[in-house]
Design a protein around this ligand. Structure first.
Ligand code: SF4
Length: 342
């Protein structure tokens, strides 16, 4: 019998809003998903889709005027972390859930050496003495590909290149063997060659230590390289979810299809023109009553303007929040009806 994977994270009906003077910005509107040990979940969407806010919600790093709303639950390793107080939550951060951000320079303190910063994090989360923590920090720097950890650990962040800083941050993030690593646009601030190296590094960590990762990005190429599963977000909601093969070879949501058409593909056979998705993302202070993609969707129907689509089951591994999957919807070329609403 196949071994049952352990569920690490269960996000249920996550709703996160920012209460500004202008009104409520509904950044995340009812997102639910499960994450199992060893999976790499890519969350993709345009800026303002809610992907980063959903990750920050898992870390409980939403700052005022942001609020994780009543009715949301984030069950991490069996504990609903929305119910923890700040002190209890800080035990989880760094220890069990670690995060790396887009810009490594803002995540490192410029006035402390890499050594000081890494040793401090390791000692805060373990019972290692300073010598043991230093040894561990050097091992980790070697593991993430810093050429001369013995010497370079004494450097300050400005002496590291952008790619090396991101490596140092990844080393710090994994120093306490977190059960979950959240990487928010980890390659966006880096040039293309370094991006590829950081992707390779994350891939290696995933393969060698089986790390469970949530990867937030607007870049479908990064998703294809690293993810086992994918969520496509739009207007604060989940539009489609499936394995990486589902999302790349059998996308069933018009927004996912639009994303595919708008990115260049390598290879001779793909000489199709790129087609941008016309229009702009919804105003999250007054989102459409129905499907958030309806103002930009070429197939929008009356019902799309009235009610958000439920998640229709495309297969055991794939769901799509699109009314085109409904039995009563007209047939549209390129879309196939599957099993019905979940
Ligand atoms: Fe388009 Fe309607 Fe599907 Fe939304 S639910 S993506 S508007 S067809």
């Amino acid at each position: 019998m196949a071994e049952q994977k352990k569920k690490i994270l269960e996000v249920k009906n996550l709703q996160t809003s920012f209460y500004t003077h202008l009104g409520e910005v509904q950044a995340v509107r009812g997102v639910s998903y499960d994450l199992f040990e060893g999976e790499v979940l890519g969350i993709v969407g345009e800026s303002g889709s809610g992907k980063s806010v959903s990750a920050l919600s898992i870390m409980r790093l939403i700052e005022e005027p942001g609020v994780i709303k009543e009715g949301s639950s984030i069950i991490f390793d069996g504990v609903d972390i929305t119910e923890l107080d700040n002190k209890e939550m800080s035990e989880y951060r760094g220890n069990d859930i670690a995060m790396i951000f887009q810009d490594p320079m803002t995540s490192l303190n410029p006035v402390y050496s890499i050594k000081n910063q890494m040793v401090e994090v390791i000692r805060r989360h373990t019972d290692m003495n300073p010598e043991e923590a230093l040894k561990r920090a050097k091992e980790l720097l070697g593991m993430v590909g810093i050429p001369d950890p013995e010497q370079q650990i004494h450097d300050y962040p400005h002496q590291f290149s952008g790619g090396m800083r991101q490596r140092a941050l990844i080393a710090t993030a994994i120093s306490c063997n977190p059960k979950l690593l959240i990487a928010d646009e980890p390659t966006t601030a880096l040039d293309v060659t370094i991006q590829a190296q950081i992707i390779e590094l994350l891939k290696k960590l995933q393969e060698e230590i089986g790390m469970t990762i949530i990867l937030i990005t607007h870049d479908l190429g990064v998703i294809a390289e690293l993810s086992t599963h994918v969520i496509v977000m739009y207007g604060g909601m989940m539009m489609e979810k499936g394995t990486v093969e589902d999302i790349f070879y059998n996308p069933q949501h018009p927004y996912t299809k639009g994303l595919h058409k708008s990115i260049p593909k390598v290879g001779e056979k793909n000489k199709e023109r790129l087609v941008p998705i016309e229009g702009s993302p919804p105003d999250l202070m007054a989102p459409p009553a129905g499907c958030p993609f309806s103002p930009r969707c070429p197939h929008a129907m009356k019902i799309c303007l009235e009610k958000p689509a439920p998640l229709f089951e495309v297969s055991e591994s794939q769901v799509s929040a699109c009314w085109l999957q409904d039995d009563d919807a007209p047939d549209v070329a390129g879309y196939k009806k599957y099993k019905g609403a979940k």
